[in-house]
Design a protein around this ligand. Sequence first.
Ligand SMILES: Nc1ncnc2c1ncn2[C@@H]1O[C@H](COP(=O)(O)OP(=O)(O)OP(=O)(O)O)[C@@H](O)[C@H]1O
Length: 458
Amino acid sequence: MSQKLTEAYPYAFTVSYVERARQHRWRCSDVTFHCSEWALCQQWVQTIREQLTALTSRPKHLLVYINPYGGKQQGKCIYEQKVAPLFACASISTDVIVTEHANHARDHLKTEAELKKYDGVVCVGGDGMFSEIVHGLVSRTQRDNGVDQNSPEEKLVPCTLRIGIIPAGSTDCICYATVGINDPVTSALHVIVGDSQPMDVCSVHHNNTFLRYSVSLLGYGFYGDVLADSERKRWMGPARYDFSGFKKFLTHHHYEGAVSFLPATDTLGTPRDKTRCRAGYVILYAYNLLCKYEVGWGVVRGKFLAINAASMSCACPRSPKGLSPAAHLADGTTDLILVRKCSRFNFLRHLLRHTSKDDQFDMTFVEVHRVRRFRFTPRHCQNDSELDLRENGKQLFSQICRDHPACSSAYSSWNCDGEILPHAAIEVGVHCQLIKLFARGIEEQPLFEDLANPPCAL
Ligand SMILES: Nc1ncnc2c1ncn2[C@@H]1O[C@H](COP(=O)(O)OP(=O)(O)OP(=O)(O)O)[C@@H](O)[C@H]1O
């Protein structure tokens, strides 16, 4: 500003606001206003502050957990350099806990954390860290409300606190699927403006015992085998996923069993829709309303190369379409994808379609159902007690099975959001909108960005 103007307008204040950049990235920008009178300047500042304070959706106190070992071990640095200054600028106060061991955040949330003090919980880390927060928060909410998590039929109580993810992991799939990019500044800005994205959570039980929650992928067969194999090759770093994927593709194991499922009604669309779950997608009908239209359980028996349940698209930078491109984040359903035994060539065609425009479900050996609940029972050894694949029993059991001609590779493992489950026989129920994220879903890229997206002050 020229000196003349500065003399005429000596008082100034600066407003920080969110600006949209390319590929769903958000950035913080500033604009400075100049006034001729001090009183007028003060009036503006006070009015803007009052308006911002009146926005109840914006968090004022946050509990932050940082995993210092996630991804490239940059969590602490990312938070301190990129996120903390933005929270300070937006007058958000924080209590920060740097985790000291795995499950530190989960256990702290479950038992000690004074949740009433906060408007939300933020995790700085990857999908594993997010899963810890979900388990801690959901378990705590059920305990506080006297709900028994071990009962598969129990209706779980939704969590009131929203969860923010500051991506600092290796894959950051959940962040990618709910924001459209894994960028710490963008995620921090979604927290600051108080976005809210509800999300479904699947509960996984075995024999009336709670095992885990899942928000993205439950995979038996191919994806379970790849995870189990890659866990034994941690020393290889991220390359282990490619190595184990290739190895398991060549091994080409199939698994026999029965999948029973409760289909969702067609009012919720189908997994083969061309529409995608985007920001602003609203569930028009409450879960209870839909229940009375449910048809009965279906059963599919056979030999499967893969059984996958995708509660979200599972899109990530490696597979931009994801496992189930039309899956919704918060409609109370999961997309059950059954890949029957087929030739290696056909399985490869199916896998390759995840990276192309072609429909990966348009193949005779693939079927997909949008469901609310499902169960899987492996063909061999259907007695539940025999299905305990916990480490101690696993070696002995697989030895017995290998010795039995019909039982060679009878069991795979379930990959539950990147964790291996100890049982093959499981029962899964989807809990509609059990948690909320500081996100808004992936925004459509508008044709005329300036008109469609008015700026939003911090
Ligand atoms: N202080 C800690 N020391 C060791 N492990 C930790 C600590 N804090 C958290 N963890 C565990 O580290 C695991 C991996 O962390 P995180 O998800 O943040 O990173 P990542 O695995 O690199 O990323 P992604 O899950 O996106 O692939 C989590 O399962 C979490 O339980």
